[in-house]
Design a protein around this ligand. Structure first.
Ligand code: GLU
Ligand code: ZN
Length: 306
């Protein structure tokens, strides 16, 4: 399917790390990268790098290259070429067209204000109230495209968080797959890429746990493979806020990869021996792979910054 990487036979592990180039790599994203890498390599699997660059309003010039350079310096080795979502737009448009032709996707004219006036809140913001589900009011034009969810329930066993069972109608409602500004929504792009790239396992931050049900639903509707998911705890600052590019978490220092990776292992509760900080990068990775104990993260949703 992609150059240099044959399709995985079922049973083979293929993971990925998919940063958005909205800023440099920070401690939280390095932790996610390391957890997903250790999971993949411990399962003798492949690990792909995908740059999720289809949200220009949020992107920062040079961030993709800075992330790639940092990952390289930290000693991550990915399989095959780096994928850029911006080069797969035709793939997402085909998926959108298919959902439209099948009547699963529909045009929505609502503004944020229209929705806020009538919607109830779900665990992750407002639940779309279905206003345009049966057609647009006369004289209004389509702004975004949404997908019909009906009474669909999504169940899966999360590698770190256990059994998840949610109703889409009670959590997100008919969610957006193409935004009002014309950009493809993250859920659609991620579902299409994970499915068509044969990703068998997704490891990402707990803040994205609520994204898995919509993405699995899209994969079901498009006949794509659903990866197994594992959501690792997110790193929070001392004020309890998640470290993120939005709240300007400081970038990791890629001139001191051993120290930063040691801190990540420590945050991941792997109890790295202190003397590992004085050894080589190769040795640090060997230790990390040999001693990786993902069960130490079981059920945790946050981790303090070390
Ligand atoms: N690109 C998304 C982000 O950086 C995450 C994608 C994913 O792991 O599904 O938040
Ligand atoms: Zn609407």
């Amino acid at each position: 399917m992609r150059s240099g990487i044959p399709d995985t036979a079922s049973g083979t592990y293929r993971g990925r790390f998919a940063p958005s180039p909205t800023g440099p790599l920070h401690f939280g994203s390095l932790l996610t990268a390391m957890a997903s890498y250790l999971e993949a390599r411990r399962n003798a699997g492949e690990w792909l790098l995908r740059i999720d660059d289809i949200d220009p309003p949020r992107e920062q010039p040079g961030a993709a290259d800075a992330i790639i350079r940092a990952l390289n310096r930290f000693g991550f080795r990915w399989d095959g070429e780096i994928r850029y979502q911006s080069r797969s737009l035709a793939r997402y448009r085909d998926a959108l067209n298919r959902l439209r032709e099948e009547g699963i996707a529909y045009g929505c004219t609502c503004t944020r204000r229209d929705i806020a006036a009538v919607a109830r809140s779900g665990p992750n913001g407002l639940i779309y109230p279905g206003t345009c589900r049966h057609g647009l009011p006369p004289g209004r034009r389509t702004r975004a495209w949404r997908i019909r969810c009906g009474v669909a329930r999504i169940r899966f066993e999360d590698r770190f968080q256990g059994a998840i069972d949610v109703s889409l109608a009670d959590t997100v409602g008919d969610f957006v797959i193409r935004r009002a500004d014309g950009h493809i929504a993250y859920h659609l792009a991620a579902a299409v890429d994970d499915g068509s790239d044969g990703i068998s396992h997704v490891v990402r931050g707990h803040d994205l746990l609520w994204c898995t049900p919509p993405q699995h639903y899209l994969q079901q509707q498009l006949g794509l493979r659903q990866p197994r998911c594992g959501h690792v705890p997110v790193v929070v600052a001392s004020n309890g806020q998640k470290l993120s590019k939005q709240n300007l978490a400081p970038p990791v220092d890629d001139e001191r990869p051993i120290m930063e990776l040691w801190r990540v292992l420590d945050a991941l509760r792997q109890q790295p021996p202190p003397q590992l900080q004085r050894e080589s990068l190769t040795r640090l990775w060997e230790w990390a792979l040999q001693n990786w104990q993902p069960e130490r993260l079981q059920g945790l949703t946050t981790l303090p910054t070390p």
